[in-house]
Ligand binder design. Structure first.
Ligand SMILES: C[S@@+](CC[C@H](N)C(=O)[O-])C[C@H]1O[C@@H](n2cnc3c(N)ncnc32)[C@H](O)[C@@H]1O
Length: 288
């Protein structure tokens, strides 16, 4: 019988068996195989069941800096954890070294999980890792994850689409945005003309340049804006402001990466929803 007590937590083997019972046909991570797994924005509760099953099977876990410690703790205790992050006061891990590690560990016959923040294929270089696995003939599988730019907003009550407000979204990285336009860079002036919400990953450093371009395209300073930092983690911080106040708000509040910046009328839906939710809670508890 699989009884769970606080003193005797569910073993990874029992948890995996339970998952297998719930999901007949659940794929098994084989020796010499690599799974590229999206871990979502932070909260382990937002992992997919396949991601959890990967953690419970891995011999080797090659993980990014942004993986929540609570998620890492779900892996088998004996799994070897290899840090492959590009931050955290530690020297950056070169992308070539990461893929070489994946190939090497798989060739040694280990069951390898490459755990990446959010979704592996959204601004995450997962495509490069898969391409190398294919080139080296390593069997692999991609497990999608919730991307921070969407899940991070939902988690704080900002709908990425709101009926009657927007018909599209523009998701972008600010990482490559330099101090002046480059031929292969984003034309932020053009984006400013779209009149649709803009959701920015990795944008804090280049935000002045980006905002300048968006403004030249016609994006008004009064447009609502929000920053969700460390979304769904224990350090989560949310600020609601306007495009014109964004830089000063970020400075004043000391907001740091990882952060999602969103500009658009959808931010106003946040207030609407919160008001509705608050009213509902108050009337349910007889305070209205
Ligand atoms: C290299 S990109 C990886 C994106 C990831 N693949 C995804 O789908 O979310 C890293 C950037 O994602 C965003 N990010 C990731 N996790 C976040 C979180 N928990 N809260 C806010 N932003 C996050 C930040 O903009 C961060 O600089």
């Amino acid at each position: 019988m699989n009884e769970v007590s606080p003193n005797r937590p569910l073993s990874p083997e029992t948890a995996l068996d339970t998952l297998g019972t719930l999901l007949p046909g659940m794929p098994r991570l084989r020796q010499g195989e690599v799974w590229i797994v999206g871990a979502g924005p932070g909260d382990p509760g937002l992992l997919t069941l396949h991601a959890l099953s990967a953690l419970l099977q891995a011999d080797v876990l090659v993980h990014d800096a942004l993986i929540d410690p609570r998620t890492l703790a779900l892996a088998r205790p004996e799994a070897v954890r290899i840090f492959a992050g590009k931050r955290g006061g530690r020297p950056s891990t070169h992308q070539d070294d990461i893929t070489a590690t994946l190939v090497d560990q798989a060739r040694r016959g280990f069951r390898v999980v490459r755990l990446k923040g959010g979704d592996p294929f959204i601004f995450g270089r997962g495509g490069e890792e898969v391409a190398e696995l294919v080139a080296q003939g390593i069997p692999h599988r991609v497990i999608p994850g919730l991307t921070s730019g969407l899940a991070g907003l939902s988690a704080v009550g900002i709908p990425a689409t709101c009926r009657g407000v927007n018909q599209a979204l523009f998701l972008a990285t600010g990482h490559g945005a330099g101090t002046r336009p480059t031929p292969d860079g984003i034309d932020w002036t053009l984006v400013g003309r779209l009149n649709q919400p803009v959701i920015l990953y990795m944008s804090l450093r280049n935000l002045p340049f980006i905002l300048d371009g968006l403004g030249q395209g016609g994006m008004a300073d009064a447009l609502p804006a929000a920053v969700v930092a460390s979304a769904t983690t224990l350090e989560e911080r949310v600020v609601i402001t306007t495009k014109g106040e964004l830089l000063e708000t970020i400075r004043r509040e000391g907001l740091e990466a990882p952060a999602i910046v969103v500009l658009g009328e959808i931010v106003r839906c946040h207030h609407t929803l919160r008001q509705v939710v608050t009213q509902a809670v108050e009337s349910a508890s007889g305070q209205a």
